[in-house]
Design a protein around this ligand. Structure first.
Ligand SMILES: NC(=O)C1=CN([C@@H]2O[C@H](COP(=O)(O)OP(=O)(O)OC[C@H]3O[C@@H](n4cnc5c(N)ncnc54)[C@H](OP(=O)(O)O)[C@@H]3O)[C@@H](O)[C@H]2O)C=CC1
Ligand SMILES: Nc1nc(=O)c2c([nH]1)NC[C@@H]1CN(c3ccc(C(=O)N[C@@H](CCC(=O)O)C(=O)O)cc3)C=[N+]21
Length: 300
């Protein structure tokens, strides 16, 4: 079997055009222009690229984009003070602080400072809890993007065995909650899991979120499974020239595509969905802040 390639880039474009429609409606019917503030501390080049593409896409869907670039040596107190100003600013409906932050800043303090009503990453305890019990609010961007791709590919997820590899607060754990809500039987594997290959072989759905290049082998994939590769790993690519690199996922894509029914590529799979879901969450928070029901096509 050669797998269908799940085109996350195209799906994200379509999602953004629906988001643009919701922005139009919020402006026309309610006089609200959703605004997203992105805060970046320091000059990590990968983060810079990522933050610029967020800002560009935010503007393209008609939202206001506020970018705060702070020096790497900014004090924790000054960063928290900026977050408090953004919490109080009525033009800002979403606040994202690009992670990781420099070592002298405690990420937990940063997360706790963000008003949950504006927490478009879904990092705050209040929003993590809402996802768990199924209340409306923002949903972790990467897991939401994966869920949208899976529903589009498979229709109902009910009764399917999903194996998630990775248990981070950012990806693995919220993915577990969302798949459970969609009535999957969920297994969460991690670095202490024994017989990982045998567990993955039982999966109808594999979500790989580890951060280890091409760790998931082709012969771990049950024929006909759906594979979602969250990993983004930059590896040397001498074939492109000296010192060049390329992006690969956590799955050995070529071999897995021989087994799977459908698979996401890297790049062009989950990554673009993450950014589109950030914009979707900004519509959700802008709606809830203004006492409106968020559109149900943008959430879990
Ligand atoms: N596409 C996108 O939009 C995004 C992509 N990413 C990418 O996804 C990947 C995962 O990110 P993130 O969740 O933040 O990573 P973390 O490093 O926070 O978590 C990695 C998880 O993988 C587990 N793990 C590590 N080694 C193994 C192993 N040998 N076998 C099984 N499990 C293992 C860890 O287990 P343990 O808990 O036991 O340590 C941990 O739970 C990265 O490549 C990251 O770049 C992340 C966010 C967004
Ligand atoms: N507060 C916070 N929220 C995040 O959501 C967050 C974060 N911090 N820190 C970093 C990680 C990583 N992440 C990515 C999102 C999109 C792509 C993406 O669009 N990738 C493209 C390729 C981009 C390229 O070519 O480099 C793709 O997969 O096609 C990548 C990585 C969000 N993160």
């Amino acid at each position: 079997m050669t797998a269908k390639i799940i085109d996350g880039k195209a799906f994200a474009e379509n999602l953004r055009s629906r988001i643009a429609g919701h922005v139009e409606r919020l402006k026309a019917e309610h006089g609200i222009t959703p605004g997203l503030a992105v805060v970046i501390v320091g000059e990590d080049p990968a983060s810079q690229v990522y933050v610029s593409s967020k800002a560009k896409q935010t503007a393209e869907v008609g939202m206001n984009s506020y970018k705060h670039e702070l020096p790497a040596d900014i004090s924790e107190a000054d960063l928290l003070a900026l977050i408090h100003r953004l919490n109080a600013d009525p033009a800002v409906h979403g606040i994202l602080v690009q992670m990781p932050v420099p070592r002298h800043i405690d990420p937990n303090k940063v997360i706790e400072a963000i008003d949950p009503a504006k927490d478009v990453d879904c990092f705050t305890p209040a929003n993590v809890g809402k996802v768990q019990i199924g209340l409306p609010g923002p949903v972790s961007c990467t897991p939401l993007g994966c869920l949208m791709l899976l529903r589009d590919e498979l229709g109902s997820l009910e009764g399917r065995h999903a194996v998630i590899i990775g248990r981070s607060n950012l990806v693995g754990k919220p993915m577990m909650q969302l798949l459970l809500r969609d009535n999957c039987t969920v297994t969460v594997a991690h670095s202490r899991t024994r017989n990982l290959a045998d567990i993955v072989r039982q999966a109808d759905i594999v979500v790989a979120a580890v951060g280890r290049p091409q760790m998931v082998k082709g012969d771990w994939i049950k024929p006909g499974a759906t594979v979602i590769d969250v990993g983004i790993n930059r590896v040397p690519a001498p074939e492109k020239g000296e010192g060049k690199t390329r992006l690969v996922g956590d799955v050995d894509y070529a071999a897995a595509a021989e087994q799977a029914a459908a698979i996401t590529p890297v790049p062009g799979g989950v990554g673009p969905m993450t950014i589109a879901c950030l914009l979707a969450n900004t519509i959700t928070t802008a709606s809830l802040i203004n006492g409106l029901t968020p559109p149900d096509d943008l959430t879990a």
